[in-house]
Design a protein around this ligand. Structure first.
Ligand code: ATP
Length: 355
């Protein structure tokens, strides 16, 4: 069931269109990750949903009800910001209780129980009497989460809540967030700069560019079948190669990279190609293998090697284009790779997507 629906929402600041005819449907208990470059309109979109900004046009519906002109406190929308915004003069318990200030139908005892329940859910029961300054950054963000979730809002908006935390803490908190989402059946929109986080926790990933949602789909869809070059380059590390079509059948396309390097690419039936025969192909670095014996083979020159611990990134120039291969360190052991040498790489036709 759709919990939140945006219909053609637009917002201008002077001449600048910050949000441009955005439509979005978020189901109950679903987490949508909103990603996109700085300034593309993510925060403005959240502020519109929360009611801190009014759209110039379009509608916002919650559970089928038009809430476009409701005041923020009437919307039952919770929001968690990057800076935890805890009250420094209130202890943990009082900070969480503050989230229930608009829950006028709840008795004092019910509010007390709710605060305890949510402190337990975020693992902070023991620290209920501490002041914010006595908490670590991760603990402070947990308090902020509990404060937002305690009134059980219909939608929770998260604006880069973990971006100020170190990587290990971010991983812990995103795992906790997912656990809470399932346990409490919460509908969420989560703005993040961390694409891995978006792919790891979202049911749907919405990629924004210049005020518009350029693609929305499951993490697999946006990663494996990006609809535009922008999405291909923005989500994960991708090799986007220019090629020329040699022949196209229903399910298989043969293209040429440079003068003499033919490659086969699986094509979904009905997929249309541009009339000039030029195509862009996406191949993820982890799908590029080093060595021969693969369905597609390309010759190139090794231009650089990056050591990542568990893997090596090989930067290879092929017909004037750069290709990155991510190969396990173990598979490169047997051969000493040196910059400038000639290398052969391979990939399967199923691992190449036409953009
Ligand atoms: P970031 O990832 O850097 O936080 P964002 O995607 O959240 O960026 P927004 O903060 O929504 O982007 O801003 C979108 C555009 O609208 C930007 O060009 C920004 O400068 C502009 N903008 C946002 N708020 C206002 C405002 N109150 N007045 C004028 N321009 C604004």
């Amino acid at each position: 069931m759709t919990q939140l629906e945006l219909r053609q929402i637009s917002k201008k600041f002077g001449n600048l269109t910050a949000v441009d005819r955005v439509s979005l449907s978020v189901n109950e208990n679903e987490l949508v990750a909103l990603v996109g470059p700085s300034g593309c309109g993510k925060t403005t979109l959240l502020r519109l949903i929360a009611g801190f900004e009014q759209p110039d046009s379009g509608q916002i519906l919650m559970g089928g009800q038009n809430i476009t002109h409701l005041r923020p406190e009437e919307r039952q929308v919770g929001i968690v910001f990057q800076d935890y915004a805890l009250f420094p003069h209130m202890n943990v318990k009082t900070n969480v209780a503050y989230g229930l200030r608009f829950s006028s139908s709840m008795s004092t005892a019910a509010k007390r129980d709710r605060v305890e329940e949510f402190l337990q859910l975020v693992g902070l029961s023991e620290l209920r009497s501490r002041m914010p300054e006595e908490l670590s950054a991760g603990q402070q963000q947990r308090v902020a989460l509990a404060r937002t979730l305690a009134p059980q809002p219909r939608v929770v908006l998260l604006d880069e809540p973990f971006s100020a935390l170190d990587q290990k803490l971010r991983h812990e908190l995103r795992f906790d967030l997912k656990r809470l989402q399932h346990a409490l059946k919460i509908t969420m929109i989560h703005v993040t700069h961390d694409q891995e986080e978006a792919l790891a926790i979202a049911e749907q990933v919405a990629v924004m560019n210049q005020g518009q949602i350029e693609q929305i789909g499951t993490p697999r869809e946006v990663y494996q079948q990006p609809r535009t070059t922008f999405v291909a380059r923005f989500i994960g590390r991708g090799n986007v190669l220019q090629a020329r079509v040699v022949s196209a059948e229903n399910k298989l396309l043969v293209a040429r990279l440079g003068e003499d390097q033919p490659i086969k690419i699986a094509k979904s039936s009905g997929q249309s190609l541009s009339s000039d025969g030029q195509i862009e192909i996406l191949i993820r670095p982890e799908h590029v293998q080093h060595g021969s014996g693969f369905e597609n083979q390309l010759r190139g020159t090794l231009r650089g090697i990056e050591f990542l611990g568990e893997a090596l990134l090989l930067h290879i120039e092929i017909a004037g284009q750069d290709v990155i291969a991510k190969i396990p360190v173990s598979s490169a052991k047997s051969e000493k790779l040196t910059e400038g040498q000639s290398v052969i790489i391979g990939f399967s036709s199923n691992d190449a997507a036409i953009i």
